[in-house]
Design a protein around this ligand. Structure first.
Ligand SMILES: CC(C)(COP(=O)(O)OP(=O)(O)OC[C@H]1O[C@@H](n2cnc3c(N)ncnc32)[C@H](O)[C@@H]1OP(=O)(O)O)[C@@H](O)C(=O)NCCC(=O)NCCS
Length: 172
């Protein structure tokens, strides 16, 4: 990873290691807008509580979704993961990705509130897309809750509103 002339994060850089996109623990290390190093990689056990706290801070948790269970299931699946961006011991950003056998999906894209607006979200999303593409996905989809201004962020990155209704039912 690197930064552009304005100090914004760009997602470049090789990613050796495990996982479909080869996300190693030090993949894409590089300085960010404030000159401090950000490291991309897959979530580890020691990250879990920090990730849950980040999702809480970003307003992504809901009573009906157990975030620890969501993380555990994504980590268990052969075609899903949670990618994180770390600065030291802190988790600054996340994205959960997975291929369901047909499409690639993105969930829990989050950047710590104090770190937003510096290109980290765009870099994290691109990391997730690369992971999905390496896992065989030809299309990536995501759901944005009504009223979330992040929809504009996605549309600026080439995502289009799909004219479908998403229906769901709990199985367990
Ligand atoms: C959405 C989110 C991940 C973006 O992260 P970020 O690091 O702030 O985004 P970036 O700095 O990479 O922004 C890239 C661009 O999107 C724009 N942007 C970022 N967040 C935006 C938002 N909420 N609404 C509109 N535009 C937004 C930025 O202005 C920037 O535009 P530019 O490239 O023209 O300058 C972050 O705002 C966040 O964590 N939000 C809370 C959690 C959330 O809602 N996640 C999405 C769940 S579906």
């Amino acid at each position: 990873m690197a930064t552009d002339s304005a100090g914004r994060v760009t997602p470049g850089g090789a990613a050796p290691g495990h996982g479909p996109a080869g996300e190693g623990p030090e993949a894409g290390a590089g300085p960010t807008h404030d000159g401090r190093t950000l490291r991309f990689g897959e979530i580890e056990d020691s990250d879990v509580e920090r990730v849950v706290a980040l999702w809480d801070a970003c307003g992504l948790t809901r009573p009906w979704n157990d975030p620890r269970l969501d993380i555990a299931q994504a980590r268990t699946g052969a075609t899903s993961t949670v990618l994180v961006a770390r600065r030291g011991q802190d988790v600054v950003a996340t994205v959960m990705t997975g291929v369901d056998g047909h499409r690639g999906w993105v969930y829990y894209l989050a950047v710590a509130p104090a770190e937003q607006g510096h290109g980290i979200g765009a870099a994290m999303l691109e990391r997730g897309e690369r992971w999905l593409a390496a896992a065989g996905a030809r299309k990536v989809q995501l759901m944005v809750r009504d009223g979330n201004p992040a929809a504009e962020f996605y549309e600026a990155r080439g995502y289009e509103v799909q004219r479908v209704a998403v229906l769901g039912r709990w199985l367990a």
